[in-house]
Design a protein around this ligand. Structure first.
Ligand SMILES: Nc1ncnc2c1ncn2[C@@H]1O[C@H](COP(=O)(O)OP(=O)(O)OP(=O)(O)O)[C@@H](O)[C@H]1O
Ligand SMILES: [Mg+2]
Length: 243
């Protein structure tokens, strides 16, 4: 069996839970004894002074995976919460794609498995002519799609799957995030099956809204236990193709 080398976590939108899912995966893989690396190639909306910008996403991932190479985890940072191509113009800072790819290759050497969190969705421009999808192509990683559970997600998820399939990406599966534990809407009950029936893409799990999980406060709470319980890990890793 080939050694799994990593996964690229994309979302149907910004704010759908990519960081939470990436951290959940890191926590579970670490528990399995794997050396897990994490990467947020470009982060916008960072805090701190001009010289030392910090990404909340990168800190969360870094803490979950207990990594050692902060500059490789998050090579490019911007203050403005915008698409990277726009933040880069406003902040007059270039985006050298080769710096991202160099950090990626170096992290791959240090770890058994690399979890890369995307920026927004597949067609977010990193530069004017280079999109998140271009980065996925160059990294050569399979995709995990994070989607929200409620109304609107069928359209967003199908658009994301279409864009991925058109580019020949391998999609390992979809995770629906922030499902309420009680008082489900009809959309939330039916969406996973509808999306599976329309795309054929495996639904790897649904994560509930967890009160003790918070990216901004760097709280993991019950994330590892719930992720283990609710997500089909072997299928996510490509170790099992038929459920
Ligand atoms: N299952 C969950 N339970 C509770 N809170 C959650 C859950 N998933 C995400 N959140 C919260 O929702 C917010 C957005 O989640 P997250 O940061 O993971 O999204 P994202 O897709 O990574 O966003 P971005 O596009 O900014 O990187 C965060 O405040 C996070 O703490
Ligand atoms: Mg994030």
């Amino acid at each position: 069996m080939n050694k799994p080398i990593g996964i690229f976590i994309t979302g149907t939108d910004t704010g759908v839970g990519k960081t939470v899912v990436a951290a959940g995966l890191a926590l579970v893989l670490k528990e399995r004894g794997m050396r897990v690396g994490v990467m947020k190639p470009v982060a916008t909306g960072c805090f701190g002074d001009g010289k030392r910008l910090v990404s909340e996403d990168a800190v969360y991932l870094f803490e979950a995976a207990e990594n050692e190479y902060a500059p490789l985890t998050n090579p490019l940072r911007f203050r403005n919460p915008l698409a990277p191509s726009v933040a880069s113009v406003i902040e007059k800072k270039e985006i050298p794609i080769e710096k991202i790819l160099k950090a990626f290759k170096e992290l791959q050497r240090h770890y058994d498995f690399l979890i890369v969190e995307g920026i927004g969705g597949l067609l977010v421009p990193i530069t004017k002519e280079y999109f998140v999808a271009n980065l996925i192509h160059e990294m050569g990683l399979p995709l995990l799609i994070v989607a929200k559970g409620g109304l609107g997600t069928i359209n967003h998820t199908l658009l994301t799957v279409d864009a991925a399939v058109m580019r020949g990406f391998e999609i390992r599966g979809i995770i629906f995030n922030r499902m309420p534990r009680v008082n489900f809407s009809i959309a939330e009950i039916t969406n996973p099956k509808v999306v599976h029936d329309l795309t054929g893409v495996p639904i790897l799990g649904t994560l509930p809204d967890l009160e003790d999980v918070d990216v901004e406060r760097c709280r993991f709470g019950t994330l590892r236990e719930v992720f283990k319980e609710r997500v089909e890990l072997d299928r996510l890793l490509g170790l099992q193709t038929v459920s």
